[in-house]
Design a protein around this ligand. Structure first.
Ligand SMILES: Nc1ncnc2c1ncn2[C@@H]1O[C@H](COP(=O)(O)OP(=O)(O)OP(=O)(O)O)[C@@H](O)[C@H]1O
Ligand SMILES: [Mg+2]
Length: 332
């Protein structure tokens, strides 16, 4: 695990196996009128192959980072390289290898699913039979073959996101960047997108994905970078990040939503380091979980709160994330 500075790397030529898929050096972005940098001297290497997650709360700088990688936004300083090529100096070389799936679906609502794919395929230089083969393959990947000739404005958000994803795949890129591809969609579409990402990973595609969903990051990603206020806070594998939270988590499921004031009451129990409420779920971090269970239950009983289940476990990624990005900023 590293905090901010990756090792310097040999970067002689593009498509050399040893060159990281993505290299950011001192990458900063200050928007005109912005009070603080949206990105602040970010150094990051994303290795070739595997799914790499970018986690951060709203406004952390995830979209800014991905927009720079996609060549849509110029940084204020620093550099971004893909396959060893500078994003802004060699845009044509990058266009061939990079697929970008933006946070807001970039599709034409009055065109059909097929017409959208044809349009974006032509933008990537595809034509003739090859274009039609790729359009058919992408419709299949999105499970939209039957709906191919319906206008996109008729579809739900889940279908739009599925099409948005496969538009990024139309030219068979070797690096795919997805900005929150599963936000606010139905479970079937989400699970389909997860399945496709695993298949692409198995096929050797490098994937950079931003997400708000901890379980998605835990499940899919080989490595994760956590950013907040434009800064890279930490980068590591899921087990390495979990180790930051040390051992000792208790998870309680309630029958009803936990009242907000409960967090303070639980945190005042000696031995409890942190208590996070999320709907009907409570996560408690403690170095002596067996010692704090009884006092926790007493607090809940005194407030008439009914417990559906209680389990012990190590720290969850969510706890580590909240600890690193929360207002307190204190480690768990
Ligand atoms: N075009 C812009 N002009 C001015 N400020 C901007 C612009 N785009 C983003 N910002 C600011 O830059 C910061 C980072 O925004 P960004 O969209 O990259 O965050 P994010 O991590 O993608 O957030 P979210 O999870 O909400 O998508 C925020 O403070 C945002 O308000
Ligand atoms: Mg964003």
């Amino acid at each position: 695990m590293t905090s901010a500075s990756p090792p310097s790397s040999a970067r002689a030529t593009a498509s050399t196996g040893s060159v990281p898929a993505i290299e950011l050096r001192g990458l900063s972005k200050v928007f005109p009128g912005g009070r603080a940098p949206a990105l602040d001297t970010v150094d990051l290497d994303v290795p070739r192959g595997g799914i790499f997650g970018v986690l951060g709360p709203n406004g952390a700088g995830k979209t800014t980072l991905m927009s720079i990688l996609g060549g849509l936004l110029r940084p204020s300083s620093g550099s971004a390289r893909i396959n060893g090529c500078d994003v802004f100096a060699e845009p044509e070389a990058i266009k061939r290898v990079l697929g970008l799936v933006p946070q807001e679906p970039a599709i034409y609502p009055t065109l059909t699913a097929r017409e959208n794919l044809e349009y974006f395929g032509r933008m990537q230089g595809l034509s003739g039979d090859h274009l039609q083969t790729r359009v058919a393959a992408c419709l299949e990947l999105a499970e939209m073959t039957e709906e191919a000739d319906q206008r996109m404005e008729r579809f739900s958000g889940g279908y739009k996101r599925r099409l948005n994803m496969v538009i990024g795949l139309i030219h068979e890129p070797e690096i795919l960047i997805l900005d929150e591809p599963t936000v606010a969609i139905d479970p079937h579409s989400r699970s389909l997108i997860h399945q496709r990402l695993r298949e692409l990973d198995a096929a050797g595609i490098t994937i950079l994905i931003s997400t708000h969903y901890m379980e998605e990051a835990e499940m899919l990603c080989r490595e994760i970078a956590i950013i907040n206020h434009g800064k890279l806070l930490v980068r590591g594998s899921v087990p390495e990040l979990l180790a930051l939270g040390r051992q000792g988590g208790i998870e309680l499921q309630l029958f009803d939503d936990a009242p907000a004031e409960l967090a303070g009451k639980l945190k005042s129990i000696p031995g409890v380091r942190e208590a996070e409420l999320s709907g009907r779920r409570i996560l408690v971090a403690s170095d002596q979980p067996d010692q704090v269970v009884a006092p926790i239950m007493q607090v809940l009983l005194a407030d008439g709160i009914k417990v559906r289940s209680l389990g012990f476990g190590g720290a969850r990624l969510e706890q580590v994330f909240l600890s690193l990005t929360g207002d307190q900023g204190a480690p768990l």
